[in-house]
Design a protein around this ligand. Sequence first.
Ligand code: CA
Length: 511
Amino acid sequence: MSLRWIILGCLITLGLTSHAQLSAADKQPPNILFIFSDDLAYQAISAYGDSRKLLETPHMDRLAREGMRFDRCLVGNSICGPSRATILTGKYSHMNGFYNNSNSRFDSSQVTFPKLLQAAGYSTAIMGKWHLVSDPVGFDEWHILPGQGIYYNPPMIHKGEKVKHTGYTTDVITDLSIDWLKKRDKTKPFMLMSQHKAPHREWSPAIRHLGWDKDRQHTEPETLFDDFAGRSRAVVEHDMGIDKTFTELDAKLKPAPGLTPEERQQWDAYYEPRNAAYRQAKLSGKELVRWRYNRYMHDYLGCVKAVDESVGRLLEYLESEGIADNTIVVMTSDQGFYLGEHGWFDKRWIFEESLRTPLLVRWPGSVKAGSSSSELVSLVDFAETFLDVAGQPIPAEMQGRSLVPVLKGETPADWRKSFYYHYYEYPSPHHVRPHYGVVTDRYKLVHYYNTDVDEWELMDRQKDPLETKSFYNDPAYTDTVRELKTELERLRRELKDTEPAPRKAYGNQPF
Ligand code: CA
């Protein structure tokens, strides 16, 4: 426990102070509630103010209103498993060994923040999506989806035992989270990771949310029909376009797995008349993309509605228990996601929508309500932040930095001005070539390497906020490119990513 807590405990024992004199925050280190979503785009959260106004998310907005909204929380490798490994270890993929979703397995002998918090006297639990292949370690209780899991009536694994659940997976995970909170050892602080599958592909909404948008035509992103003129081959040859990569499951032309016969009836009652009209229309070209975009938004945003309701239920529980004031609530995702920008779904790229993940933090008494931060922060900072919140020492091997001073509105003068990115998984799925790069508040310099393509791109968010062109070969940017290359090499040395990535980093298919 923190030194402060131990000293206070001694003072109480000696009769030198009393519980009544202690503020709620002094009684116990803060509880940590980590609400994690999978593939949740910041564009889908109304607190982020996306111009398309895709969805209202009152409960996540409440976290922003009562806490801090981070506008540039970045991920180091924009894909599910690697982000989770980074959060647990506070290290980049090349240091924790989890590079991709194809053939990586989490080495659970590593130091992780849940292990350290458990050893420090926290009750620890994880409920929901884990996705790291090896079993969770460092948790008093765990109840996880196997692999990606399914959206309806999910089989789960409770401490090694298979359990079949009834209901919509987002609700099931929230029920398990609240049940554990109710039964926890209340003499200890807790750290709970409540981790949703939603809104991961194939983004299947709760039955109660089918038709939520009343067949609205969703506002299109400006770059829905990006032609990638002047872009690298690495970008042009992607395989994540709504136009060509969308499957029948993505489009709900086939039903999702796991539905009960009654749910299937309700599913068909919503989708089938619309699918029949779609089949009859025989759409092609832009009209086909538009139809798919609207189907995608109905389904994806419908999933987010259930996640938002789950946030509301957890916040309500904290209040009913009287522990909201001594609980830090962190709402985030493992990466961002494309909601049609550049014609894409999915993630992976160093570009803004996949690089940036939402991050909302409520911590009464420490974080100013309604504040925001545009500092470059990252998932790699979370482990150190949670240890710092708990008053625990931070292992030197961790590669991030505690966000506690940023949360308190006291960002250190030497806070990072540049951020390192490295993506590996190739060629499948989605055919995004390995790349690494450096990100600043304005620029991104990216190097595609180690395949049949060896190219660089430079994005300038000030000149080109939608990131539709590369300025790498523009003579006006010669100095910028040189400076960014120097910074990129400095970051690679500092983070010990100076060697070529090992072959296993790319996945299990030859290319
Ligand atoms: Ca993900």
